[in-house]
Every structure is written in C-alpha cells, then in structure tokens.
Write a protein that binds this ligand. Sequence first.
Ligand SMILES: *[C@@H]1O[C@H](CO)[C@@H](O)[C@H](O)[C@H]1NC(C)=O
Ligand SMILES: *[C@@H]1O[C@H](CO)[C@@H](O)[C@H](O)[C@H]1NC(C)=O
Ligand SMILES: *[C@@H]1O[C@H](CO)[C@@H](O)[C@H](O)[C@H]1NC(C)=O
Length: 331
Amino acid sequence: YINSLNMSSQVFFIAPFNLGTSLPFACFLQINCVTFPHPDTMQEQQLLKPTEWSYCDYFWADKKDPQGNNTVSGFEILLQKQLKGKQMQKEMAEFVRERIKIEEEYAKNLSKLSQNSLAAQEEGTLGEAWAQLKKSLADEAEVHLKFSSKLQSEVEKPLLNFRENFKKDMKKYDHHIADLRKQLASRYTAVEKARKALTERQKDLEMKTQQLEIKLSNKAEEEIKKARRKSTQAGDDLMRCVDLYNQAQSKWFEEMVTSTLELERLEVERVEMIRQHLCQYTQLRHETDMFNQSTIDPVDQLLQKVEPAKDRELWVQEHKTGDIRPVDMEI
Ligand SMILES: *[C@@H]1O[C@H](CO)[C@@H](O)[C@H](O)[C@H]1NC(C)=O
Ligand SMILES: *[C@@H]1O[C@H](CO)[C@@H](O)[C@H](O)[C@H]1NC(C)=O
Ligand SMILES: *[C@@H]1O[C@H](CO)[C@@H](O)[C@H](O)[C@H]1NC(C)=O
C-alpha cells in the first residue's frame, strides 16, 4: 500500500481494519485516521460534481509537504490557494499604485513644461499654433491627471479593499476543519484501543476454554461465563467506538464538502472581480488616448492655418519703416 501511494510509513499510519470473526473482513485503507476504500477492492466512485474539476472532489487526501516531513491536508492546500490569491490581489493594487505615480509625475512634467516661456515671442499664425501647442501640454496633463485619479478610485481602491477580513475568515475555516480532523483522530484512537481490548478478552476467553477442557469444574465454568460476557462487552464497546468514529468522519465529510464549495465560490468571485477591474483599466487607458488626441487636434487645426505670407503681412504692417523707395540722383 505504502509503495503504491508513494508515501512514507513514518508519515502515514496504515492499518488493515479487521474487526475479527464476528464481522466480515473489511478492506479499508486508513491514512491519517481517515478511512478510504482499499484500492484492490474499491468500487467505482462517482465524482460529486463530474466534469467540473470541483474542489469538493479532489482534496480528500493529505499530502506530504514538499520541504519536509509534515503532511498538509487537502483543505489546507485550498486555504493556501486562497491566501495566495489574496496576496496577488494586494500586489496588483500595489502595481496599479506605481502606474498611477507614473501618470502623476508625467502630468506634473507636462504641466511644468507648458508654463515654459521658450519661444513665447513667436508671432502671427505660427505664434498662435505655437501657443496652442504649449497649451495642449496643459490639457494633456489634465487628461493624465484624470486618468490617474480614475485609476485610483476605480481600479486601485477596489482591488485594495476587496475582502478586508479575509485572513480572519480563512482562519475560521482552518480551525473548524482542523477541529473536526482532531475529533476524528481521537475517535480513531478510541477504536484502536477498543480493538486491542477485544483481542485481549478473546485471548482470555480462549485460554479459559482450554483450561476447562483440561479440568472440568463449576468454578471454571463460571469463569468462562464471566470471560464470555466481558468479551461480548468488549465487542459491543468496539462497535460503539466504530459508530462514533463513523459519525465524526461523516461530519468532517459534510463540512469538507460545504467548505470546499464555499472556497471554490470565493475563488471564482475573486477572479471575476479582478478581471472586471483590469477591464476597467484598459477602458480608462483607451479613453485617455482619445482625450489625449483631442488635446492635439486644435494644434493641428492651427498648424494648417499657418501661412508664411499672412504672417509676413501682419509683421510688415506692424513693423514697416517706410514704403517710399529710393530713386536715382539727378543733376
Ligand atoms: C525528517 O525526519 C527525519 C527523521 O524523523 C529527520 O532525520 C529529517 O531531518 C527530517 N527532515 C526534515 C527536512 O525536517
Ligand atoms: C519628469 O521629469 C523628471 C526631471 O525633470 C524626470 O526625471 C522624470 O523621469 C520625468 N517623469 C516622467 C514620467 O516623464
Ligand atoms: C498622448 O499623446 C501624445 C502625443 O500624441 C503621445 O506622445 C503620448 O504617448 C500619449 N499618451 C498616452 C498616455 O496615450
């Protein structure tokens, strides 16, 4: 069994579950106090949610911790996935924060440059186009600031604030399932103890029966009756312990199904939430491009109106010094 599961005997306590002659030989495999059907005699089990790859179907066994000797329950692996998901969500929010910083700095730089007085003296239609180009930097800065503030309120904040008490909630699940496993383990121990007690009683009875064959006496018969009674009692006791064990396993099973389904639902919700906010990011980014473009359009319009002839006319009119041309000297 050990080899076929590729597990170490130090880690897993495995015992055949044989209740003795009073019950048919039961073929089970017990790993870490959980009872599984034995692979050799196992009947086909239907998945609880076939075709769904549901959490509730694939995390029943414990697993060896990759770095050491500890075992991790299937449920703990699901919890680790949840905590990792929470961490990823937090890191995405941090990443968006960095993106926002770039936008803010870029906007600040654009705005500063737009205030720059270089070539402020340019004149005419070219001067107008130049002034509009400088103004467009301020408009563009505005676009980037709006983008950054929307990124903050519509992407970063929601990512940051999603599920604030998540770790606490996961701890609750962890403790709940771990408690049920502990109960299962203690009832398993009780079964083992009751089984040993029964074996002792049966041995005792057998011994006394042999003694009676050697030497018949009333006293010996009484002793046998007593031993038989005790043996029956030990059998009943074992049955009771097995019953309690099965109840505990059943309870654990039910809670595992409901809890793993809940974790599954939470993960679907998380992925959907993040997807939705990343879509919001691309949407805002497209809008920024469009608004950004609209800051450039007036510059283009003015550039088309730039006319060297017109500028010359304006300039000449303002600065002309006289249109009377010199003539030849005559004597
Ligand atoms: C695993 O357990 C064995 C014996 O109990 C010990 O010698 C070994 O150092 C342990 N390994 C780790 C990684 O803890
Ligand atoms: C803003 O300008 C500073 C220097 O003036 C520069 O170091 C920085 O890289 C610029 N940032 C962006 C986002 O353009
Ligand atoms: C905004 O437009 C300018 C010029 O058209 C371009 O260089 C810049 O990359 C654009 N910025 C964004 C965020 O689209």
